[in-house]
Design a protein around this ligand. Sequence first.
Ligand code: AMP
Length: 191
Amino acid sequence: MLNLVLFGPPGAGKGTQSENLIKKYQLTHISTGDLFRKHLGEGTELGKLAQKYMDQGNLVPDDVVIGMVEDKIKDHLDGKGFIFDGFPRTVAQAESLDKMLSEHGLSISLMVSLEVPEDELRTRIKERAKTSGRVDDQDDDKITNRIQVYQKETTPVAAYYKDQSKFHGIHGVGTISGIFDKICSVVDTHK
Ligand code: AMP
């Protein structure tokens, strides 16, 4: 199995690149943001719980996220692998993910981190806001908070995978297909 963590700040292009990677490597996509938005749209209890965190750009508590991911992993163990998009976002989530996978004899193959300067992130999120309908894309304070939360709570996750020699940084500015080619060459070398 190829189990890939696609990492990077909000607006780095994780969702866009995930779509291409899923097709090429036939992976199961686990995007915690998308899963929460689905719950939100369906008005589930989980969606209601997540909404107050999401609307402000704060992280949903670890136990909620981890439980949701665990269910999804269990449902797709017969596939070719997973692409984790927007997860793990804390070191506690990364540790839980390793534990969940090892219970099924699996592990993370590699992490690809999309590196994009902050001004470019803001430009992209504002562009996306025109069509995404996402409350958290709409105003500067929320975008600033998401970037700060990423820097404070999520960047330590990169060090976690560096310690396991699984971290690969990629410059995430350029054409979508150019960045995709760079990701694929890293994946093909390290899978
Ligand atoms: P995203 O679509 O990945 O930008 O996620 C949108 C929002 O969902 C985030 O700002 C968080 O509020 C929540 N969220 C998504 N993934 C996670 C996660 N792994 N841990 C905590 N909160 C998350």
